[in-house]
Design a protein around this ligand. Sequence first.
Ligand SMILES: [Zn+2]
Length: 302
Amino acid sequence: MKRLWLALSILLISSTMGWTKEGPLHIVATQTIFADLVKKIGGDHVNVSAVASPKYNIHFIQPKPSDVRKVAEADLYVNAGLDLEAWSDPLLEAAGRPELFRNGKSNLDLSQDIRLLKVPDYPLSRAEGDMHIFGNPHFQMNPENAKIMAGHILTKLEEVDPDNKAYYEQNAKVFLDQLDQKIKEWKDLCAHCRGEEIISYHDDIIYLADFLNLKAEEFLEPKPGIPPTPRHLQFLEEYVQKNKVKAIVLPTYYSRKEADKLAQKIGAKVVTICQSIGEVAGTEDVFGFYDYNIRHLSEALR
Ligand SMILES: [Zn+2]
């Protein structure tokens, strides 16, 4: 009799485990900013990690074997789509879960519905050194785009985990209300930036420039991904003087040598503009990230 009870209890426990999803969802994001957005909406019901360290250029990350293991066990994979994270497809292939692949049902591509800038009107080729062949993929830099991304994260979490729909909706509402408020503050903080021109190292600033109505048309790189050449730097020297450029901006992982040299010639400032959450102290979440970048631009352009 005792044995029969034991067998029945084991059967009951294992069938319950099969019915109910236990614990938080396991989510892997390519970048820290996406991971933070997932956390803002998913709260206690998600366990999220980012593959790329914010200390390195997002185009050139080398995932580790531990990343492959994490992706292999993930319920959802959140990424920038396009060609920003060129290492992402090989990582997914190594993890071997087709539903997480590009266009798979557990792959959340955050570029959907984003108004892409600089979409080429003729075919570009990576073989010829082009980096942004589908349009500029650095869209996370505009806080307005964080609203669109948060909306897609909410829809996906509700799809994967419908039992907690109300919880995700409440978190999204709190986040979006706060973001709307901050967007107003950031626009005010940099109202004087309107129409000013900046030079960026890489073409990764244009979505933030668009948000603040800044002009950002010339870059230290002659072409995205191609390091500055003496000839191009000579052109820029004349350009910045003629156009009264006040700031040269770049994230922490590029060499500051050329930017400093150019800035000195015209008395401009060199400003760190982060591309990821956690790149420098004070950028620990999505609000701190945008706040840091906009505050520093505002100060440099006074
Ligand atoms: Zn790029």
